[in-house]
Design a protein around this ligand. Sequence first.
Ligand code: DQA
Length: 144
Amino acid sequence: MKILYLNGPNLNLLGQREPQVYGRATLAEIEARVRAQAKKRKVVVDFRQSNLEGQLVSWIQEAKGKWDVIVLNAAAYTHTSIALRDAIAAAGVPTIEIHLSNVHAREDFRHKSLIAPVCLGQILGFGAESYLLALEAAVNVNKS
Ligand code: DQA
């Protein structure tokens, strides 16, 4: 099984960015935890980050036929991007939306996800653990 992790804008700053909201782990540390878990589950993963909406759109488009599941932390684009939503719908690759923080406990503008309706489901509010829970969900859903 192959899982593509995509990370959106400002997630390259994890560790130093609002640690009270997002925790102290860097994206590289989260990636290392994901890779260790993936190895145990015999899953192939790739882990990418971009601050650019168009780059994320291209990666989602290119995932078609190549990746079984996309795990997507679209960051702020979650709340704004029709382009990402359309790319997920067009690619047809089952996509799990994740967030470190519980967006529903935060500002109103974070309560709306434009990508949620075209995703398999959402995992949010568990910090770095959200990334690992998504891996388990992807593996288990793939089996059933
Ligand atoms: C986030 C939540 C978003 O609202 C925010 O814009 C982010 C990170 C999260 O993982 O909690 O950049 O996706």
